[in-house]
Design a protein around this ligand. Structure first.
Ligand SMILES: C[S@@+](CC[C@H](N)C(=O)[O-])C[C@H]1O[C@@H](n2cnc3c(N)ncnc32)[C@H](O)[C@@H]1O
Length: 167
């Protein structure tokens, strides 16, 4: 067992906050075919702004953030996309043991400590833990989409698959 396996917890501080049009979860589209096209701003705390040097060259970013309004978790989850339950780690459920969200957004522009992006699906004020360039090296023909592919084929939405690649 290495040293970090004996450590029980880590303290993470937000590097900033998401400014989005969504005040309530009901405003965020869900389910098969849901598209996240709304714009928002990733507003970093001023002392983190230097870490954005050279970010403008990337078209898409991973945003790692906290489901700060989830107060519980379920190991078996019933996503809105399916009428069958799935293990939480096979879903994008906000109710997870470590309430971490991961969203791929389109970078529109940067002004100082603020990055304008498209494709947000988090509530306004969600704390941001990290931002990384999105670089996918998995060939499309090697991707397997598990139970989501089954739902899409049952509902005839197999062609409309890009939504969940991005969320
Ligand atoms: C299905 S999750 C997917 C989030 C992210 N793309 C991911 O895969 O981790 C998105 C949903 O989480 C919920 N949500 C968004 N922001 C939240 C927050 N700050 N706290 C709790 N729930 C949130 C909303 O219901 C939203 O529709």
């Amino acid at each position: 067992m290495n040293k970090s396996e004996t450590k029980a917890s880590w303290t993470l501080e937000p590097i900033g906050y998401a400014r989005t049009p969504f005040k309530e979860t009901s405003q965020i589209s869900k389910g098969i075919g849901a598209k996240h096209t709304r714009e928002g701003t990733l507003e970093l705390v001023p002392e983190m702004a230097e870490g954005l040097l050279d970010i403008e060259g990337f078209s898409h970013l991973f945003v790692i953030w906290i489901f700060d309004r989830s107060d519980t978790y379920e190991l078996i989850s019933s996503p809105p996309t399916d009428n069958r339950p799935h293990g939480v780690f096979a879903t994008r459920s906000p109710r997870r043991p470590n309430p971490i969200g991961l969203t791929v957004v389109r970078l529109i522009g940067r002004e100082g400590n603020k990055i304008r992006v498209r494709g947000v699906d988090m509530l306004d004020g969600s704390p941001i833990l990290d931002i990384k360039p999105y670089l996918s090296s998995v060939p499309a023909d090697e991707l397997e989409r598990g139970w989501i592919a089954e739902v899409e084929s049952r509902s005839g939405r197999g062609e409309d698959r890009k939504w969940s690649d991005r969320t």
